[in-house]
Write a protein of this length. Sequence first.
Length: 190
Amino acid sequence: MVDRNGRLFSTYRAWAEYLRDHGYVALMVDSLTSRNIRKVCGQGSNAASPSQVRPYDAYGALTYLESQRFVNPDRVALMGWSHGGGTVLYTIAPATGARPPPAITRAEFKAAIAVYPGWCRSTTKGGSWRPIVPLLALLGAANDWPPAPPCVEFLDGVKRRGGAVENVVYPDARHGFDMLSTEVRVLENV
């Protein structure tokens, strides 16, 4: 999310500006830098687990936003890309242990957006998973990690079971399709 100088990557800055320009408050949560994590994929990279650690960061952000006078706590959405998109899926799961008790927070996320999310398949979520809030998933058909077909199959199953899910698949789009001025890179053995 941030470069080596601590600056927000241009794509995330552009998303924050887009959301701001459309009347939203954007809080960008960096789960990695404070934990001295430089990579989220590969061996030894689960210190910021999308299922165990990062949902707490998401609910911490929600609790913080609820305390701000300029934020309507009944209209807070959660958005994440790739590893963060997988975090979105774990955060909006019915059984997440990260959800604060009602005595701490009075609101829940009202919607979620997962952009080319990791861990988007039935083998990681189970056959009964349904989001607790409406979910929009944005996927690239040519994504090699995470590949879109298992995610589409999983989300279609969630919809058949009554889950509030919409998935949009962009033809020929690869991982990072929304990145500004980024060359296509193929990652081997991922």
